[in-house]
Ligand binder design. Structure first.
Ligand code: CA
Length: 372
């Protein structure tokens, strides 16, 4: 189809849906399969979803329940998914094994929780100084990222789908100012994953504490600082009552993706229309989580400012440059850890480089101009 025909087709409304879908990685055969599947089966399925989140956890646990509701409504009750909070059916961090081994049918979590089993999974959650939510979604849905994620999880009998994004997180709560990178030396900070490795290279100590122990840990000096998510969840944790400085940006989590994982054999055993319903609900969840984070974080940032004396600070440029340098070393180690990590890193990095050039012209230029 040449350019002239394309525009003429648009004007007349004759560009077909399969063409539009194919242009962004969609399946051109899906529509015909749907038509046959709709009349194929009234069989009912009952699934279990386990989650890494505490029961009814704001946004993330709520999102898992919404996903279940949407699937039930769209399938007219043919697929019902019962959602379990972390620890209710299996321990929170056992979700990966629970789904691949048929203890549950699907799960809501984040790919970096499985870094110990599948190092490359971290590219599908968050990379320090990596892509933001918009760029990551673009890579996953339309840049080959999701195909690589599927390839990574296939040997584990799992199918992954993006299941939300936090947006750029905050840099964390501190009781002393960070004016130079030396201020990070000896700092005991709750900082999981790759960010923790970067902090360690800067001379700090990454401390792993469960969410429920963070407040008392910070209050009693077991840790000097902690990151969590953003104003909404941080407000509920009460960190503003015991920490003076709230730092930005969350260089360590610039747009953390959440994931849905499905038992591959169970998913492939569904009729094609139910598979498409699950995919549609997952994509709706992916967008809803980001929307909800942005809406609630903006609201709770105002509350934090009204109800506490906290001082919001930005990490100095030279501190960010040093952390970025250490991040390159950490990501190189990850990319060199196995063949899939290298393959995924190459795709991620290539997409990020092109995305930056485009974002510099548009998103960045817009923010810089409107903040003048
Ligand atoms: Ca975090």
């Amino acid at each position: 189809m040449n350019r002239k025909t394309f525009f003429k087709g648009l004007a007349l409304g004759t560009i077909s849906l399969p063409f539009i879908m194919r242009s962004c990685g969609g399946d051109p055969t899906a529509q015909s399969n749907l038509q046959s599947a709709n009349t194929a089966s009234s069989k009912k399925y009952k699934w279990k979803m386990v989650t890494t989140w505490p029961p009814n956890f704001s946004v993330l646990g709520e999102g898992a329940k919404l996903f279940s509701d949407w699937v039930k409504k769209m399938s007219a009750g043919r697929l019902e998914i019962e959602v379990y909070g972390g620890g209710e059916l299996v321990p929170a961090l056992d979700c990966f094994d629970a789904v691949r081994n048929n203890v549950a049918d699907c799960a809501s979590g984040a790919a970096y929780y499985w870094a110990g089993k599948v190092p490359a999974a971290q590219f599908f959650a968050s990379i320090p100084f990596g892509m933001n939510a918009q760029q990551l979604n673009s890579w996953l849905y339309c840049g080959g990222g999701l195909e690589l994620w599927e390839e990574l999880y296939a040997p584990y009998n799992l199918i992954p789908m993006p299941g939300g994004n936090t947006g750029v997180q905050m840099g964390g709560w501190f009781n002393k100012e960070i004016t130079e990178v030396a201020d990070l030396e000896g700092l005991k900070m709750r900082m999981p994953g790759l960010g923790g490795k970067v902090l360690a290279k800067a001379g700090g100590t990454a401390v792993l504490l469960p969410g429920g122990e963070l407040y008392t840990g910070l209050e009693r000096g077991i840790i000097d600082a902690t990151e969590w998510i953003g104003p909404y969840h941080d407000y509920k944790m009460g960190f503003h009552q015991i920490a003076k400085y709230y730092y930005t940006p969350g260089w360590h989590e610039p747009g953390t993706a959440l994931e849905l994982i499905f038992n591959k054999k169970k998913f492939e055993a569904l009729p094609e229309d139910l598979q498409e319903i699950v995919r549609c609900a997952a994509e709706r969840l992916n967008q809803w989580v980001l929307n909800e984070f942005d809406a609630q974080n903006a609201k709770y940032l105002e509350l934090l400012k009204q109800e506490s004396q906290l001082e919001i600070r930005s990490f100095p440029d030279d501190v960010m440059q040093e952390l970025k340098k250490y991040t390159s070393e950490v990501i190189d180690d990850l990319a060199n850890s196995d063949a899939m990590s290298r393959k995924i890193y190459d795709s991620y990095n290539s997409f990020k480089t092109k995305g930056k050039a485009w974002a510099d012209l548009t998103e960045r230029a817009y923010y810089e101009k409107v903040s003048i």
